[in-house]
Design a protein around this ligand. Structure first.
Ligand code: ZN
Length: 116
């Protein structure tokens, strides 16, 4: 499954938006993170000193692709120390479980574990 690096665009906060339903979070809304531990394969996004954003495309049915944004954690970050390589922001448990089942289906080649 393909992924590509995305640069952070000003005024566009990938961490302030649900990766599944694409809704912007309200000021006081609590967002959740889906934490992924990745397999060490050539398909996986590489570890770098600084965190960076990537975009994944997963089939959504009827031939369309859904774009999912995630953050690859930095090499020395506390998250990575806990085994979290990729964080994907979601707004609700419902979005989380939909995203989770799709990622498990489409990204099984490089996701070792998915939690949250
Ligand atoms: Zn959502």
């Amino acid at each position: 499954m393909a992924w590509k690096r995305v640069e952070r665009v000003e005024g566009d906060d990938p961490l302030g938006q649900c990766s599944w339903c694409q809704k912007e979070a309200a000021e006081d809304q609590e967002l959740f993170g889906l934490n992924a531990t990745l397999l060490d394969t050539p398909l996986s996004p590489p570890v770098e000193k600084e965190a960076y954003f990537i975009e994944l495309e997963i089939p959504e049915g009827s031939g369309r692709l859904k774009k999912i944004r995630g953050m690859v954690t930095g090499a020395d970050s506390p998250a990575r120390e806990e085994g979290v390589d990729l964080i994907i922001v979601i707004c609700s448990r419902e979005c989380g479980s939909k995203l989770k089942s799709n990622l498990e289906k489409w990204l099984s080649g490089w996701i070792k574990e998915l939690s949250g």
